[in-house]
Design a protein around this ligand. Structure first.
Ligand code: GDG
Length: 472
């Protein structure tokens, strides 16, 4: 019986060593939720790294055994692989290049060699589990070479690939010394998905100019197979966020927050620590807003959550310092005995707290310099049960293509961000509700389950078409 294999760098679970032994924490992320209905079914499996370094054979065996009961197969990475493949090529070469931060990109042949060898390692793990006829879905920029490695071993398998981060324009992509190998790696797929049409268009243009393969209506013919390239904007588990916002726990937390911030307009900002998210620019815009709008002093609070991420990498350490300094400067310049312009948290929160923050916020300020999609803004929309609240959203987030009723801004335009904050604070409730209603329709309809379904259906359609052409 053919099965489906999901592969991503990280498994939807985190394994940790504790004093009592190994502890398993399941991921609540959107991808894990959306694909949960697939990988837990029948013989289907999910292959990936469990997120912790294990060198002890007995410990690895234990992890293997524990995870196999949950339809997961671990790929163990060595310390050198974590450093060169994950922190190195994935996060210091591909991540900055694909987010247009080319000044941060490191082109290091040792990183590339590690990237190739870890992609081989993943391929080996796939081969230990796959059979002809299986459907394989590879995720994200850490595994760009994997589709063609699997194709060599299993020529007739059905392979889908989805990239969660942007695909840059040809002019930026071509800076990578390994651009051709990367594209050829991806072209092992039958279906290649991105969040937006622009990403898909950039990919097709890079394939045409670097590999010399042209496309017609998103389909590339490599002489052996047709490869379809399209946009599949990812959604969230809408019902989860909507029902959590109505839960007793969230309502109690919301009251607690309201009590702590009486009569304040709350502007919410939530991101992982990352230069792509535009956090310093957002702070500068808020500072300028306070300077130009003294009538709002004492009446507005920026509640800013920055979730620690990749803090071993130099640029992230520097970014953290920049944010700390800006928050310090703004708070010390404007605070009063009874008011703090910014509530700054450098940590992550349980989902219930997040839900209360989404529900209570008058404005969500989501202003990345680049973002594949951005799920935070969709979670905010789903949490707004009374439809009151405004979303300020960067044009550079994939989500802006769907959410035309947000107040859209260019994150490089400080003046426009300042104006957007003012407009949103003064927006009538009627207009807020009208805009929110439209956005909720979209986010509810194009949810994570819809996303998984249309991607898998398209992959199946392509395979059927290939089979029917082969028998003609
Ligand atoms: C990549 C792409 C694309 C945040 N703080 C806390 C917390 N979160 C959760 C949010 C949200 C997730 O983290 C962040 O998702 P994003 O989509 O905003 O951003 P990335 O992590 O950069 O994700 C992105 C995504 O992949 C999917 O394809 O949209 O463009 O960069 O779900 O809720 N969760 C908890 N506590 C926190 O403090 N529990």
């Amino acid at each position: 019986m053919p099965k489906t294999i999901i592969i991503s760098n990280r498994l939807p679970i985190k394994v940790q060593r504790t004093e009592e032994g190994l502890a398993y924490e399941t991921s609540e992320g959107g991808l894990a939720t959306g694909l949960g209905s697939i990988y837990k079914e029948g013989d289907n499996i999910w292959i990936g790294w469990p997120g912790t370094y294990f060198d002890d054979e007995a410990e690895q065996q234990q992890v293997r055994k524990d995870l196999s009961n949950q339809s997961m197969r671990p790929v163990f990475l060595t310390e050198a692989e974590i450093r060169d493949f994950y922190e190195g090529f994935s996060n210091e070469t591909l991540w900055p290049t694909f987010h247009y931060f080319t000044q941060y990109a490191i082109y290091e042949s040792e990183f590339w060699e590690a990237y190739e060898s870890v992609n081989f390692k993943f391929c080996k793990a796939v081969m230990e589990n796959a059979e002809p006829g299986d459907t394989i879905w590879v995720h994200d920029y850490q595994l760009l070479l994997l589709p063609s490695l699997i194709r060599k071993e299993l020529p007739d398998s059905s392979i889908g690939f989805f990239q969660h981060i942007p695909f840059p324009s040809y002019e930026v992509f071509r800076l990578l010394p390994w651009r051709e190998q990367i594209l050829k790696g991806m072209l092992g797929s039958d279906l290649i998905g991105f969040h937006t049409y622009d990403d898909a268009r950039h990919f097709l243009s890079a394939v045409s100019r670097i590999v010399g393969l042209n496309s017609s209506q998103g389909v590339i013919d490599n002489g052996f197979r047709s490869i379809m390239v399209d946009a599949f904007p990812m959604g969230i588990d809408y019902e989860k966020y909507a029902s959590m916002a109505a839960s007793e726990g969230t309502i109690a937390k919301k009251e607690e927050y309201r009590h702590a911030l009486p009569e304040q307009k709350i502007i919410l900002s939530i991101d992982r620590l990352d230069y792509s998210k535009g956090i310093p620019q957002r702070l500068l815009a808020y500072e300028l807003f306070l300077k130009e709008n003294p009538e709002f002093h004492g009446r507005v609070t920026l509640s800013m959550v920055v979730v620690p991420s990749r803090d071993q990498v130099e640029q992230y350490k520097e970014l953290k310092e920049t944010i700390d300094e800006l928050v310090g400067r703004i708070n010390s310049s404007y605070r009063t005995i009874t008011w703090n312009p910014i509530q700054y948290f450098y940590r992550s929160f349980p989902l219930e707290d997040l839900s209360a923050m989404y529900s209570i916020a008058d404005i969500a300020l989501v202003t990345p310099m680049r973002d594949g999609m951005n799920l935070v803004c969709k979670e905010y929309i789903a949490s707004k049960l009374d439809k009151k609240g405004v979303l300020i959203l960067s044009e550079m987030a994939g989500a802006s293509r769907e959410l035309a009723d947000a107040v859209l801004i260019n994150p490089n335009d400080l003046g426009q961000m300042v104006q957007a904050i003012r407009t949103s604070l003064l927006m009538s409730e009627e207009e807020q509700m009208l805009r929110m209603d439209h956005m909720q329709d979209i986010v509810r309809r194009y949810n994570i389950h819809h996303w998984v379904k249309i991607f898998m259906n398209r992959l199946e359609f392509i395979k059927m078409k290939q089979l029917s052409m082969a028998t003609e």
